[in-house]
Design a protein around this ligand. Sequence first.
Ligand SMILES: [Zn+2]
Length: 179
Amino acid sequence: MADVPAPLTLVESFLNSIDVESGLDDLRDLATFRRWLADHDRPAPADEADLDLARRLRAELRAETATHHDPPEQAGHRSRDALDALSVRIPLAVRFAPDGAAVPAPAGTGVTAVLGEVLAAVALAAHDGSWRRMKICPADDCRWVYYDASRNSSRRWCSMRVCGNRNKTRTYRQRTAPA
Ligand SMILES: [Zn+2]
């Protein structure tokens, strides 16, 4: 999606690795998960535990984006215990950039490094406010995660165009198909 800021592109792709409308799930088994990783230039020797961790993290982060439709004072009603329990399994470290900036960065290997990239991007985005703009379409047959770039952060649906013409699956598959 063109609206997604560069630091959140992997997050957006990870959260949309399941397509509710078509039922296609890039994390449905190890073979498809490994292909998803390779398609995103992050080949990793994934095993069943990695796949399980990735699925759980995706589910929790997708549930988190659903709270972004609410005013900030209401977004605190969801339990983050499950999310916390997952995130301790994904090592992060503080990295210091040449300009002195200190940022979270993945400290694991293989799949935990990829999931660490996702978590680090979420942490940074939570800090600069852009994470709250990652929202999930409330249509039951859509549930597409999108970035709300509207001025007052009031966009409720993924896109009338995308949701309307039902081409997103095809577009998405074309975008992520192996070269
Ligand atoms: Zn939608």
